[in-house]
Design a protein around this ligand. Structure first.
Ligand code: ATP
Ligand code: MG
Length: 256
């Protein structure tokens, strides 16, 4: 059932278990429409698992989630969302241009329109001169840039970007963030993961994730204030420490 809501994403006690191990553990998350929300946390925190559930790639073990007012998993939501997977979703046996056309056709976009969007996106990700190159011949960062362009082609309302800037050079990373700010003005919502704390400060809100749940969330400024730290890195460590059980804290003390 579809509900009218101010939220693009809402989860309630969402969980995912793999052979008894809780990769996402009773997670409650609300992201408002038009917001850019950054999910930050160490390797294995459950960020990708959460995104895969929200994109209906994998099924939750328990709990509920609504995406743009629709209860998931929902096969009909794909035209409204864009998912850039962490592992890069491009077809290596196709050229750069063929990849974009392929994604355009999946979403039923007319050829003329695909070509217009393709030109703009290739400029944005700086791959104009690589248009006819096979994707397998691109560097890792370039494949990532192509994957981002493919994700944006059908102009989705809600974007899930799993480490979109990894391996991308600093200058282009800055232009990516400018672009994200631009599309937010057109009422797009973005859920993004990153390990680059310097770029996380561009998010409206950040959720620090650890062991499958959120240990803190707020604007970057408030997170630093609440933790008494002056960098997001230190703020994360502070919240991580507060989240530890007394036994874990004393273990930490012994090992130092
Ligand atoms: N298909 C799977 N089968 C078994 N375990 C899995 C599977 N997918 C993920 N996991 C486990 O779930 C946990 C969370 O993984 P996930 O990929 O969501 O972490 P992440 O926060 O995205 O990490 P990273 O920052 O390295 O991308 C990890 O311990 C991982 O090994
Ligand atoms: Mg991940």
């Amino acid at each position: 059932m579809e509900l009218e809501t101010e939220y693009a994403i809402q989860t309630s006690s969402l969980s995912k278990e793999f052979s008894g191990f809780k990769a996402v553990d009773n997670l409650n998350l609300s992201v408002k429409k038009g917001e850019i929300y950054g999910l930050l946390g160490p390797n294995g925190a459950g960020k990708t698992t959460l995104i895969k559930m929200l994109c209906s790639v994998i099924t939750p073990s328990a709990g509920k989630a609504h995406i743009l007012g629709k209860s998931i998993p929902d096969g009909n939501i794909s035209s409204q969302i864009g998912y850039m997977p962490q592992e890069t979703g491009v077809y290596l046996g196709l050229t750069v241009e063929q990849n974009l056309k392929f994604y355009g056709r999946i979403f039923g976009i007319e050829n003329d329109e695909i070509m217009k969007r393709e030109d703009k996106l290739l400029k944005f990700v700086d791959l104009v001169n690589w248009k006819h190159e096979m994707a397998e011949n691109l560097s890792g960062g370039m494949k990532h840039r192509l994957s981002l362009a493919c994700t944006l082609l059908h102009q989705p309302q809600l974007l899930f970007l799993d480490e979109p800037t990894v391996g991308v050079d600093p200058e282009l990373r800055v232009s990516f963030w400018d672009y994200f700010q631009d599309i937010l003005k057109q009422d797009t919502t973005i859920l993004i993961t990153t390990h680059y704390m310097d770029e996380a400060r561009h998010c409206d809100r950040i959720g620090f994730m650890q062991h499958g749940h959120l240990i803190a969330e707020d604007s970057p400024r408030v997170l630093m204030e609440k933790s008494g730290k002056d960098s997001l890195e230190d703020a994360f460590l502070e919240f991580s420490n507060r989240d530890k059980s007394p036994a874990e804290k004393s273990q930490g003390g012994v090992s130092q």
